[in-house]
Design a binder for this molecule. Structure first.
Ligand code: MN
Length: 254
């Protein structure tokens, strides 16, 4: 089993290191990750400046191939698969992100976008996030994903689908199960704070707090509330197939 590891928190992020330590026990790994944090960069790619990939020492190991790239998570996966790796990986794992990626978060998430890029290139992928941001302990999530990777490769998964995994940030004894979920709804209120800079001009800073959405049974948000691991199968085809026939009937003129 050969696995490409990446993330959006950057190559020095603890979540990626803990993940690599576990996954290398079950697979040959390559690490290609952004050289600094790229959270919330979505599926952006770099077109107007050159990309550089610097070989770096990872996990204090001289024989673990790892590169830091001055680009986005999607850049890292594209570059790794098309130019850096000596082979085509069997799987891409992106994470472990510090903080949840639930519901509509996945559209902004660099973590999830890196996994989507894997799927676009025809490689199965897992995005994994730990829901605790302030005092994250990644060990259990890393062990879980290493196990999930083996199961996924044995079972096979439709090549247009990635698995978005969120692991509750509680102690492992308190994790109460694993649920297969759909994406829920996540909303934030007071999203922007307006302040003044030292020259008296106003600026805005995105912050805001999470609004507890209605209890949406079967969603990833509900699973995490119940301290369960959430696994959501995600596709990148955004077509609304239900609407195609109805739109054909609109008689739009040239
Ligand atoms: Mn992140």
């Amino acid at each position: 089993m050969r696995i490409l590891l990446t993330n959006d928190d950057g190559i020095f992020a603890e979540g990626l290191h803990v993940l690599a330590r576990e996954v290398r026990k079950v697979a040959e790994i390559h690490v290609v990750a952004p050289d600094h944090e790229q959270s919330a960069t979505g599926h952006a790619i770099t077109m107007h400046r050159p990309l550089r990939a610097e070989s770096v020492k990872f996990l204090h190991s001289t024989d673990l191939p790892a590169w830091a790239v001055n680009g986005t998570p999607a850049d890292c996966v594209k570059l790794a698969v098309e130019s850096i790796l000596p082979y085509r990986p069997d799987l891409v794992i992106s994470g472990i992100n510090r903080g949840a990626n639930l519901g509509t978060d996945v559209l902004y998430s660099g973590t999830v976008s890196a996994a989507i890029e894997g799927v676009i290139l025809g490689i199965p992928a897992i995005a994994v996030s730990l829901t605790e941001y302030y005092e994250p302990r990644f060990e259990y999530a890393a062990e879980f994903v290493a196990r999930l990777a083996s199961v996924l490769l044995k079972q096979g998964v439709s090549c247009d689908t990635l698995l978005n995994v969120n692991v509750p940030g509680c102690d492992r004894e308190k994790v109460s199960g694993i649920v297969i979920t759909k994406l829920g709804v996540r909303q934030y209120k007071n999203a922007f704070e307006k302040r003044s800079d030292p020259r008296g001009r106003s600026y805005y800073w995105l912050a805001g707090e999470l609004v507890d959405a209605e209890h949406d049974e079967g969603s990833d948000v509900a699973a995490i509330k119940q301290s369960k691991i959430s696994i959501t199968p995600i596709q990148h085809d955004l077509t609304n197939y239900k609407l195609i026939d109805s739109l054909k009937g609109w008689n739009i003129e040239l």
